[in-house]
Design a protein around this ligand. Structure first.
Ligand SMILES: [Zn+2]
Length: 190
């Protein structure tokens, strides 16, 4: 059994070709992107996400994890379904589509250091206790399956769309989307 087959065997319905797409998109199979794959898989089960659901994710790191969600969840910065709030944590919050202004249930999933203790290579890598070869970390992540994550439900307020106003900057004369009532673009303000 190759490594991707063993990953698929630990997941609940993510296809081999989709894992391959993630790896190709990210450039390699890194521990972080694999953790992202497991987090997506877990979120999918917890929130009952199917192919037709539009999902939104907030990743708490720029490292690796967002790439799994870009491919598996089709969440991108361009379609506004991917946000990164860089707290430096291996954590994501996922929710389904909701009406503007509505409060909906989302789930925040974290790689739990109290649970990774049972997987020494993963634990050492996660807390940066020692340098561990990535292959060994990856094997621990696969063996652990979903046993190393914790989650809680969170309330999410679906943001309301703001009316789009375009201004010509008074200084550089370039059009920009006005946020408040500013008449000078952000680049010229600095
Ligand atoms: Zn300007």
């Amino acid at each position: 059994m190759d490594i991707i087959d063993s990953i698929v065997s630990k997941l609940n319905g993510i296809k081999k070709e989709d894992i391959e797409k993630v790896i190709e998109f990210h450039g390699c199979l890194s521990p972080g992107v694999l953790i992202g794959i497991f987090m997506f898989d877990l979120a999918k089960r917890i929130l009952n996400i199917d192919e037709n659901d539009r999902i939104y994710v907030t990743c708490e790191t720029y490292n690796c994890i967002p790439d799994a969600f870009q491919i598996l969840g089709k969440c991108t910065t361009g379609n506004k379904r991917l946000k990164v709030i860089d707290t430096g944590k291996m954590a994501v919050t996922v929710n389904k589509w909701g009406r503007e202004g509505e409060i909906i249930k989302g789930v925040r999933i974290i790689l739990d250091y109290k649970k990774t203790t049972k997987y020494p290579k993963l634990h050492a890598w996660y807390l940066n206790i020692e340098k561990v070869p990535h292959d060994e970390v990856i094997l621990d992540i696969i063996n652990a399956g979903d046993a190393v994550y914790s989650y809680e439900f969170v309330d999410i307020l679906v943001p309301t769309k703001q009316k789009k106003t375009i201004k010509l900057c008074e200084i550089c004369k370039e059009p920009f989307i006005q946020k408040d009532n500013e008449t000078i673009c952000l680049s010229c303000q600095n």
